[in-house]
Design a protein around this ligand. Sequence first.
Ligand code: DX5
Ligand code: ZN
Length: 211
Amino acid sequence: MIRIAPSILAADQMHIADEIGRVIDAGCDLLHVDVMDGHFVPNLSFGPDMVREIHKAFPELKLDVHLMLDNPGRFISAFAPCAYGITVHAEIPDNVGDMLDFIHTEGCRAGLSLKPATPVESVMDLLPRTDMVLVMTVEPGFGGQPFRWDMISKIRRLRQMGFSGLIEADGGLTRDNLPALHDAGLDIAVMGTAIYRSDHLKDDILYIHSL
Ligand code: DX5
Ligand code: ZN
């Protein structure tokens, strides 16, 4: 079974609470929150206040916080009380291993994300300290981009390397590419556009769960 984490980046930003309620009603498993700083990626999005408010309004909802920041260490403590998992990027200038340990100290699951150009081999030593690997299947920064099929091999490779934690894919996921992602070993589908623009949300989530 693949679990689904809708990405609120693609939600109607004027009606975020309704948009979150809608995906909860349809059966989502987590909610993906993209945090961007305008440096690590060329876009800005949500901060800790937003995550806090979501957690207050939907305390049962597991928040999967994806930090696309140059200095995630400065913000981990602000997100941790409200997050289920916090994911940092392998490409940041700071020591990524220390960051993963810090996320654990703060009581969250620690995720490690790889941009398309980052090979899985480069993070091999970090895998024992990682609960989930978030494989970017687009260049991070914006929703609605086309899926990079060549990224599927990274998921297969992670499994071959013996990684037994959770594997997420993020960017351009649709019904077309989910079966191949599933075959490769995907656990969690992060989906923005395909979920929030869907006219048959419940069916789509049932389908994802059936994989
Ligand atoms: C991109 C974000 C994604 C994005 C996915 O930087 O990390 O979470 O919202 O959106 P779609 O599914 O539209 O590609
Ligand atoms: Zn994301």
